[in-house]
Design a protein around this ligand. Structure first.
Ligand SMILES: C[S@@+](CC[C@H](N)C(=O)[O-])C[C@H]1O[C@@H](n2cnc3c(N)ncnc32)[C@H](O)[C@@H]1O
Ligand SMILES: [Zn+2]
Length: 360
């Protein structure tokens, strides 16, 4: 099957076992726009499958690109697709971790886009980056990260996930926390350029820089979230000691973590991406990036889902997200929508204020 995505054409074979997911277009779109925002990079598409992402980066950005996949069939498809698009790239057929071991310092952007959990590639990817580099990581193992299989999450990410309205943001922050700790092991710090929780996956793009101070600063952004199922109260605390405590309502607070509690996007970077995304003519990309830029400005971990607020208040119909955001801003709080759910409000206001405004 021949298809067009971004500025490339792709021949996607049916029945040859080479993986292609059209629902990952947004992931590839965001990556291409981010690389455009970064300027010239040496890009490694570590797990390239049909080459969709790496070839788009080669065509749409200022980048030297290498694509790799363990599957011979995939490498054939990548070569054909490179030719089809007239892009000059290099291609290899290696086991990803072995390749990473042999390319130290060669690529300042490494993209890790595996089936399921990315955890077994992150260590070597961080080690392979030069003293300043960029790491893109996709995780499609949403069931562990969103708390459906907490033991699997503990095994893979050494973190306790959460069920309920904040499960996606917690999952994204578990992934980011995992990356931050892997960076710290090499005396490297991490800064999030943009991260999102979309459809059936999580995606993180971070800047990694050498320096023990930077590594310590990143670890200081780690901590736990405590939530009360009864009244919806939440509290987050930095540090590696799991907090405990009862809720004011008498309910029990459940912990989630350890999590990245730092920013999930750089506002300037997201704004720059909004400016650059126009070439894709895809309103979904531009809209998501704008919302992420807005929520980066609020700089608060976690949001309130107005559906859940209404359910707990027992009032049913509630004010619209826009009205609540407006109301919070009028009262001097920071507030925005969130890309994670259309019914969410990210704000530094206390729960009672959100409830009052949301309940009308
Ligand atoms: C989810 S697909 C990549 C999708 C691709 N990035 C895209 O945007 O379409 C994962 C790929 O990783 C390859 N793969 C799995 N394990 C690998 C390993 N250990 N080393 C190298 N490639 C591997 C698979 O053959 C598969 O093509
Ligand atoms: Zn409570």
């Amino acid at each position: 099957m021949r298809l067009r995505e971004g500025l490339v054409e792709l021949e996607v074979p049916e029945g040859e076992g080479v993986f292609f997911n059209p629902r990952m277009k947004l992931n590839r779109d965001v990556t291409c726009v981010a690389v455009r925002a970064l300027g010239r990079v040496d890009f490694l598409d570590l797990l390239a499958a049909t080459g969709a992402k790496g070839l788009r980066v080669a065509k749409e950005c200022d980048a030297r690109v290498h694509l790799n996949d363990l599957s011979k069939a995939a490498v054939e498809v990548i070569r054909r697709n490179a030719e089809l698009n007239g892009v000059e790239v290099s291609v290899s057929c290696c086991e990803a971790n072995l390749l990473l071991r042999s390319v130290k310092g060669c690529f300042n952007f490494i993209d890790v886009d595996p089936f399921g959990a990315p955890v077994r590639f992150v260590h070597n990817a961080v080690a392979a980056l030069p003293s300043r580099g960029f790491l893109g990581v996709t995780a499609t193992d949403t069931a562990p990260l969103c708390g459906v299989y907490p033991k699997a999450c503990l095994r893979k990410y050494s973190a306790l996930p959460l069920r309920g309205e904040l499960c996606k943001e917690v999952g994204l922050r578990i992934l980011l926390g995992f990356i931050a700790r892997e960076c710290a092991r090499f005396g490297r710090g991490m800064r999030v350029l943009i991260a999102h929780a979309t459809d059936h996956y999580f995606r993180a793009l971070v800047e990694v820089r050498s320096g023990r101070r930077r590594a310590d600063d990143a670890l200081e952004k780690m901590g736990y979230l405590l939530t009360c199922r009864r009244c919806g109260e939440r509290r987050y605390e930095r540090g590696f000691a799991p907090p405990s405590g009862a809720c004011g309502c008498g309910g029990e607070m459940s912990p989630a973590g350890v999590l990245w509690l730092g920013g999930i996007a750089s506002r300037e970077f997201a704004e720059r991406m909004v400016e650059l995304a126009g070439y894709l003519s895809d309103p979904r990309v531009t809209k998501m990036l704008s919302v992420i830029a807005e929520e980066a400005g609020v700089e608060v971990p976690f949001f309130y889902d107005l559906h859940q607020v209404g359910r707990r208040l027992g009032t049913g119909a509630l004010r619209k997200v826009e009205e609540v955001v407006e109301g919070l801003r009028e009262r001097g709080y920071r507030a925005s929508r969130t890309h994670i759910t259309p019914t969410g409000v990210r704000t530094d206001a206390p729960r009672e204020v959100v409830e009052e405004l949301a309940g009308g």
